[in-house]
Write a new protein. Structure first.
Length: 293
């Protein structure tokens, strides 16, 4: 896939954008690592109401950034759009300054822009988007002490039939995974449904990067796999639990490697990837998607 563009290469990353003092920051900003969350994944109705606000804002920010995905636009420009939108709504862009692992630098931008074979955690830079590129935008908003997290895949221009199919199937896989999440079921049922649907269309589901619990912590420790992980990841889904479902489907092999920037993850064979993500609330009757604009 992708006969127009050569492989994505590392570009020039601008300095981190400043955030006004009056905007509350997540606890991890300025620290070497995020604090381990010990509050569980089942939240009070009051806290869930706050998550609803952050999730809706994140969805609105994603929609706004998506409008700007077009040939000729840099991924840094997309970062600026998301940064300004989140700040204008009194929130903090959760990825900005998120600590790297093993002493690596913190994430320097307000969202992730992962183009074509970049699976996830792509850093916005001076890369110019080209006709037909698949641009994954992952943006999270922190407001009132809680996060709302989502991601979407946008095709610049018309795109090929092959890339459009990958994007459509990935979105459908996410929605089927969410629909399978019912109270009393294990979290791994989500991945089982996603992987089977992906395989039906000849795609592989990335195993190394998963969904997660979200709320007062950006990542709570709960793992939501996007493959058939049973008997692992058998946490039982219960009402008032909040988590993300965010499959990454590959038109090729899901084998991957990380660049030396400590963030950018790409497919080993150059295959293109699509991703979608929603923040989901488990209710008594089933899943409710919170990241809707």
């Amino acid at each position: 896939m992708g006969p127009v563009r050569e492989s994505i290469v590392k570009g020039l990353v601008p300095p981190m954008r400043p955030v006004p003092r009056e905007i509350a920051r997540p606890e991890y900003v300025g620290k070497k690592r995020a604090a381990r969350w010990g509050g569980g994944d089942v939240h009070s109705p009051e806290l869930i109401d706050k998550i609803r606000v952050s999730a809706k804002l994140a969805a609105q920010a994603l929609a706004e950034v998506g409008k700007h995905v077009a040939p000729g636009v840099t991924t840094t420009e997309l970062d600026r759009v998301g940064y300004e939108f989140v700040l204008d709504h009194g929130a903090y862009p959760s990825t900005l300054g998120y600590p790297g692992s093993a002493g690596r630098p913190p994430f320097p931008a307000s969202l992730c822009t992962s183009v074509n074979e970049v699976i996830c955690h792509g850093i916005p830079d001076d890369t110019v988007i080209q006709e037909g590129d698949i641009v994954k935008v992952d943006i999270t908003a922190f407001k009132n002490g809680v996060h709302g997290d989502n991601c979407g895949s946008f095709i610049a221009g018309e795109g090929s039939e092959r890339s459009r199919k990958l994007v459509e199937v990935t979105h459908e896989a996410m929605m089927r995974g969410i629909k399978a999440a019912l109270p009393g079921r294990e979290a791994n049922v989500i991945g089982r449904v996603i992987e089977k649907y992906a395989a039906r269309h000849g795609y592989e589901s990335v195993r190394d990067y998963t969904g997660h619990g979200v709320g007062p912590a950006f990542h709570t420790g709960l793992v939501i796999p996007h493959y058939d992980a049973a008997p692992m990841h058998a946490d039982v889904l219960v009402p008032n639990m909040v988590f993300t479902v965010e499959p990454m489907l590959v038109d090729g092999s899901q084998d991957n490697l990380e660049w030396d920037d400590g963030w950018t993850v790409v497919t080993a064979d150059g295959s293109w990837v699509a991703q979608f993500e929603h923040t989901v609330l488990m209710t008594e009757s089933g899943p409710e998607v919170l990241t809707l604009p």
